[in-house]
Design a protein around this ligand. Structure first.
Ligand SMILES: NC(=O)c1ccc[n+]([C@@H]2O[C@H](COP(=O)([O-])OP(=O)(O)OC[C@H]3O[C@@H](n4cnc5c(N)ncnc54)[C@H](OP(=O)(O)O)[C@@H]3O)[C@@H](O)[C@H]2O)c1
Length: 201
């Protein structure tokens, strides 16, 4: 997802810093992003604990690491737009979510973040590969955006629009509970002459 969102951000002329546990991997991705960047947009790589320079932090990680990142940066997140892209599936059982039934990842992350951080839910309903391509079948991808700070939502919408995406205001942060990817149903043909078919349920 870091690659997908990063691709759309630099296509929209924004500067991006990729931070990863492995700084070499972050630098490699930044180099690849630069190759597809609109003139003037920059991409740099760094380490997971580097200071956050920008106004917007995209948590392009799984839910538990997202919690750890928020705890790690703490007050550095004051005033920043923090984008939660997670679908907080239980990665041990894949049979449910790790967040409480009456909450969502975004709301739980907002509780962890300092009061001045503006947590916005976005990008969790778009697939990584389609974000890299920027469209599906000639159609711009919809990006559902939920949050309690209108200015922060506008910032995310502008980033999405600049990158060729179609932002949709989904309402308050509570609406993040309803922003979930549609389940897909796969039909597999074992004799191998027909492609895997995926159909939205
Ligand atoms: N894939 C999709 O199509 C898709 C669609 C919608 C939403 N999402 C959501 O997007 C999130 C990421 O999914 P993904 O498919 O991109 O996962 P992924 O391919 O496993 O990438 C996650 C990346 O986060 C890095 N990371 C872990 N802890 C970090 C930290 N503290 N600081 C910086 N980087 C850290 C990992 O590095 P290491 O490998 O070194 O740990 C890894 O490179 C998930 O929450 C998922 O629910 C995914």
């Amino acid at each position: 997802m870091g690659r997908g969102i990063g691709t759309r951000l630099v296509a929209g002329g924004n500067n991006v810093t990729v931070l990863d546990n492995d700084p070499e991997q972050a630098k490699q991705l930044a180099e690849e992003l630069r190759a597809g960047a609109t003139e003037g947009a920059a991409a740099e790589g760094g380490a997971a604990n580097d200071p956050i320079d920008g106004d917007v932090l995209v948590l392009a990680v799984w839910y538990e690491p997202a919690r750890a990142v928020i705890e790690q940066y703490g007050d550095q997140l004051e005033g920043k737009v923090v984008i939660d892209i997670t679908n907080p599936v239980n990665v041990e059982t894949f049979d449910g979510l790790v967040t409480p039934a009456d909450s969502s990842a975004a709301e739980e992350l907002a509780k962890l973040a300092p009061a001045g951080a503006k947590v916005v839910k976005a990008f969790n309903t778009t697939f990584a590969g389609t974000l890299v391509a920027g469209q599906v079948g000639g159609q711009a991808l919809d990006v559902l955006i939920a949050g309690d700070d209108d200015e922060a939502k506008r910032t995310v919408a502008e980033l999405a629009r600049a990158g060729g995406l179609n932002p949709i205001d989904a309402g308050s942060l509570k609406r993040a509970r309803a922003c979930r990817p549609a389940p897909a149903r796969a039909s597999i043909h074992p004799h191998g002459h027909r492609p895997l078919g995926l159909r939205g349920a």
